[in-house]
Design a protein around this ligand. Structure first.
Ligand code: PEP
Length: 256
């Protein structure tokens, strides 16, 4: 399986969450293709699992890659409703791991995130591992410690070579789906903390090559300020990724 370019080329990923059917997902993917993905940025669409195959077919022949929003950490077994990394690897190239909605709403622990990351890498998928603090943690001055702990826990037992395709996303929980964004300075600072933690967990070279995205209410109007910050290598986009023109406008901000 081809691994997305690891040289910190900007990456903009759309997390469609629990929106779109296979049919409307294909229509959205086609609209994104028509809107004109810019050169110089890796674009990833993450539809609901039921739509991954159809959306992947809809973007064949384009530079767009398709990912899933979640997966189990084991390859197979009696886990009703789950899908595994080897199942995804036939159709998707990317998978989001440890999104805060999974952590908060479905009890996903750091240990599960670690298992999922290991399984995704073993299956040849490009994982986008999400970390980020709640508002109360930030207000209490604990954002750096929490981000560091999440990065360390996600990477426990995973070596620098195995982690080569890794992408991370700093997503402050208080900015996801709220219309509030981190300021560009806050985003750059927190991504700096995540990179430092990556350097400790893996090594300095791995920290330098790993793309770290910002996520949290990114829109066409704030994308340029966020994505032109030092160390911000792209965006993980929720709401705005459901509108083809907005998603493409955000992608353009990453390269202009
Ligand atoms: C997300 O789902 O990862 C996200 C950042 O959502 P939104 O852009 O809607 O805040």
């Amino acid at each position: 399986m081809r691994v997305l370019n690891p040289d910190r080329r900007p990456l903009v990923a759309g997390n469609w969450k629990m929106h779109t059917t296979p049919q409307s997902g294909v229509e959205l993917a086609r609209a994104i293709v028509r809107a004109g993905p810019p050169d110089g940025v890796d674009l990833v669409l993450c539809p609901p699992a039921i739509a991954v195959t159809d959306v992947a077919r809809a973007v064949v022949g384009t530079s767009i890659r398709v990912g899933a929003q979640n997966m189990h950490w084991l390859d197979s077994g009696a886990f009703t409703g789950e899908i595994s990394a080897p199942m995804l690897a036939g159709v998707a190239e990317v998978v989001i791991v440890g999104h805060s909605e999974r952590r908060a709403d479905f009890g996903e622990t750091d240990e599960m995130v670690n298992g999922k990351l290991e399984a995704a890498l073993a299956a040849g998928l490009t994982p986008i591992v999400c970390v980020g603090e709640t508002e109360s943690v930030r207000d209490a001055g604990g954002a750096q410690a929490l981000i560091t702990a999440q990065v360390e826990a996600a990477l426990a037992g995973i070596g620098s070579t195995a982690a080569e395709p890794l992408v991370m996303a700093y997503e402050p929980v208080w900015a996801i789906g709220t219309g509030r964004t981190a300021s560009p300075a806050q985003a750059a600072e927190a991504i700096g903390w995540a990179r430092e933690a990556l350097s400790d967990a893996l090594d300095a070279a791995a920290a330098q090559r790993t793309r770290i995205l910002y996520g949290g209410s990114v829109s066409p109007s704030n994308a340029r300020d966020l994505l032109t910050q030092d160390g911000v290598d792209g965006a993980l986009v929720g709401g705005a990724s459901l509108k083809a023109d907005d998603f493409i406008a955000i992608a353009r901000s990453a390269v202009s």
